[in-house]
Design a protein around this ligand. Structure first.
Ligand SMILES: [Zn+2]
Length: 413
């Protein structure tokens, strides 16, 4: 039997919530990228410039402090599992650390110390883009070859094989950052090992234009051609797809991981959710840049932004679909079987935002309360693998994590 949300006393109990796409270190950009800073500010690419300046300098110690605090916030908002799309691998000169997987291991440690499950999605970044020279920060991302990256995935998998709260997956960064032959190799590797395979897909129109110029096809058609699409594949953002690409994702039972609060912040545009939904694509969401962290608002925004885009109150995702995106589908996309886990998220059913449960508490009413009414504020208790990490709405290590985070911020900014 699938573990479903239910009402217990004056609480709504969920079986776990997963954020399928996170870049924890970007947490430090929150509220710091909204003001103009000279020419060119205000675009996705200028935001990326600020992000790169942090990525250029962050030390392993600071990365740990920032990530642990970001994960503590996720837990406080009700998230029990995070998919960390991790791309800073090397030292500030671009050389491998003596322990090559040091920073991936740091992210895993930060999540486990915050009490979360984690799927570490080890990013493959091989180039700045066809014909582009590397920028400074990108030296920390780039591997000399696809083989180096794949070896790291095997190393991490064997290092964490005994921890049931850890999965390792593979994440070619984008069609911009990985050439065709390496994409094919990454897909083969993930398929052989049944690993989650995640990738940024068509977040920006520029990526689609460059893919057409280099390959003569759009990004999802290229991914289909190299064998990347499957029921373990997640297309993160999937913003600028045509109808054929939506069909390719749906037919292969791939996931689309939509991150509306970040996509809105960055002015990315909005995906055609109705087309993706009609094609059979499964949806997940992610806190992505951590611009704001409320998994209920994040998942609800998929449907509500679709209504804005379509200028109609049409339904691409009903309450059942929204709750599925938050729970079973999100865990599935990260390689976890939610029904086998001992996670629990307890919401106050008497939170001011939650109205309808006073009348009835059948399955539909519970799903409606989560999908259309709940917010992170209602989260009272969070348990992961039997361990309670949030009690009375507060993370058990909040103060220590906050202090360490503030120290890291002072060093970095
Ligand atoms: Zn991302």
């Amino acid at each position: 039997m699938p573990r479903e949300p239910f009402v217990r006393d004056a609480s709504i109990v969920l079986p776990g919530i997963a954020s399928a796409h996170s870049h924890a270190f970007q947490r430090v950009l929150r509220g710091r990228t909204q003001r103009s800073r000279g020419a060119g500010a205000g675009s996705f690419w200028s935001w990326r410039g600020l992000m790169y300046s942090i990525a250029t300098r962050v030390s392993p110690e600071d990365l740990y402090a920032i990530s642990r605090y970001a994960f503590v916030e996720l837990a406080t908002a009700g998230i029990t599992c995070v998919g960390e799309f991790h791309y800073v691998h090397h030292d500030t000169n671009g050389a491998s650390y003596a322990e090559r997987t040091l920073l991936s291991g740091t992210l895993i440690r930060a999540a486990r110390d915050a009490g979360l499950r984690i799927a570490l999605l080890r990013v493959v970044y091989l180039r700045a883009g066809l014909g582009r020279t590397l920028e400074d920060a990108q030296r920390r991302f780039v591997d000399p070859s696809i083989e180096h990256a794949l070896r790291d995935v095997d190393t991490l998998s064997s290092q964490h094989a005994d921890d049931a709260c850890v999965r390792v997956g593979l994440a070619p960064h984008s069609v911009r950052a990985v050439d065709r032959a390496s994409l094919r190799e990454a897909a083969r590797f993930a398929n052989e090992r049944s690993l989650p395979l995640h990738m940024h897909v068509s977040e920006q129109r520029r990526e689609v234009r460059e893919c057409l110029a280099e390959h003569g096809v759009r990004p999802v058609a290229l991914l289909s051609d190299v064998g990347a699409l499957s029921d373990r594949f997640s297309a993160v953002h999937a913003t600028h797809l045509d109808a054929h690409e939506a069909k390719l994702l749906g037919t292969s039972r791939s996931f689309a991981c939509i991150c509306r609060t970040t996509e809105r912040d960055l002015g990315d545009g909005a995906p055609d959710l109705a087309a993706l939904s009609a094609s059979g694509v499964r949806f997940t969401t992610g806190t992505d840049s951590h611009a704001s962290v409320d998994p209920f608002e994040e998942v609800r925004a998929m449907e509500l932004d679709e209504r804005t885009r379509a200028e109609a109150r049409e339904v691409a995702l009903d309450a059942e679909g929204i709750v599925g995106s938050l729970t079973h589908d999100a865990f599935d996309s990260l390689g976890f079987d939610l029904d086998a886990l001992d996670d629990e998220v307890v919401l106050d059913a008497r939170d001011p935002a939650i109205d309808t449960l006073a009348e009835r508490s059948d399955r539909a009413a519970v799903l409606d309360a989560i999908a259309w009414q709940a917010s992170a504020r209602a989260v009272r208790r969070v348990t992961v693998a039997g361990r309670t990490i949030v009690e009375d709405g507060r993370h058990v290590d909040y103060d220590a994590a906050r202090t360490a985070y503030e120290d890291a911020i002072r060093r970095l900014l």
